[in-house]
Design a protein around this ligand. Structure first.
Ligand SMILES: Nc1ncnc2c1ncn2[C@@H]1O[C@H](COP(=O)(O)OP(=O)(O)OP(=O)(O)O)[C@@H](O)[C@H]1O
Ligand SMILES: [Mg+2]
Length: 276
């Protein structure tokens, strides 16, 4: 079925018949990064010997000044950057050691949300969410942008999870920034990830919309067991929603502690003299 013709099977706002929520993920470490080092081609070392583990149900917020290596870290984890050294273990497999189809498969439990929602504006909200399922299917039809019929209801369930099922048929280009970012979260959920990575997902959002997205990420961790790693430039939101705070300075780990134990001085020290 062409994606733009996919329509909700339930009336807007009502529960979806026959769709049960996903079972929470099993507890345990979902992402284990060890000794991660990234030196770019120009000789700049953006990450040095970084260690980080994230468990099911945890929200870890990464803080650091501009240029401290946060996006480099996220890109190394999802395989957009090939680290110079170290390992990135997801479901017990080291992504750094893999390539080609093996890497593609091993990456499936990871979903990345970026600063901009990057929706296809002229397509429906539901069609955009369905795109999240395409990684699991490799056929000519999916290459042409069609999704298997049995993926449409799960995509609707993902939209329901972010509270936007009633907008399923709307063109993505008409959404507000906050709605677009929540659709991006729904698209990431359609991948059925175990690890949700978000690189400055609040960048273009007003305070209320930002809070809403953080509440959503928190709930996905607490209720569904996702391991959430989120880069933020808002320490107050980080304190409110994160289990753990990770501070990066010049590509190195400054701290990795429970949010309740991180002091304002520790956070301030990440930004002092670091404007770039
Ligand atoms: N492709 C690249 N080639 C060379 N250097 C790079 C490349 N990408 C990033 N860098 C450098 O690596 C450092 C870390 O960049 P990164 O984008 O990870 O920072 P960041 O912490 O995400 O910053 P921001 O808060 O501004 O998004 C910066 O000094 C940047 O200039
Ligand atoms: Mg960045």
């Amino acid at each position: 079925m062409p994606l733009d013709q996919a329509r909700p099977v339930a009336a807007p706002g009502s529960p979806l018949p026959g769709i049960t929520r996903r079972a929470a993920l099993a507890p345990g470490v979902k992402l284990a990064v060890r000794n991660l080092t990234m030196r770019y081609g120009n000789g700049h070392t953006a990450l040095r010997n970084l260690d980080l583990s994230v468990h099911a149900g945890e929200v870890v917020v990464v803080l650091g000044s501009n240029g401290s290596g946060k996006s480099t870290f996220m890109k190394c984890v999802v395989g957009l950057n090939r680290p110079t050294a170290g390992s990135v273990e997801v479901a017990g497999r080291d992504l750094v050691a893999l390539s080609g189809e093996g890497l593609r498969q091993a990456r499936l439990p990871l979903a990345l949300i970026s600063q901009n929602a990057n929706l296809v504006k002229r397509r429906s909200v539901l069609a955009n969410v369905c795109c999240g399922t395409l990684g699991r299917h490799r056929t000519l039809a999916t290459a042409l942008g069609r999704v298997p019929r049995n993926e449409i209801e799960p995509a609707q369930a993902c939209l329901n999870e972010v509270g936007l099922l009633h907008l399923a048929g709307q063109r993505a280009g008409t959404l507000s920034g906050g709605q677009a970012q929540r659709v991006a979260v729904a698209r990431a959920l359609a991948q059925r990830p175990h690890v949700l990575l978000a690189d400055e997902p609040l960048a273009s959002l007003d305070p209320e919309a930002a809070d809403e997205v953080m509440r959503l990420l928190r709930r996905l961790a607490t209720e569904d067991g996702l391991a959430v790693v989120c880069v933020l430039h808002q320490p107050q939101l980080a304190m409110r929603y994160a289990d753990r705070l990770v501070g990066l300075r010049r590509g190195q780990l400054e701290f990795d502690q429970p949010a309740s134990e991180v002091s304002a001085e520790q956070i301030a020290s990440l930004y002092v003299g670091e404007a770039s």
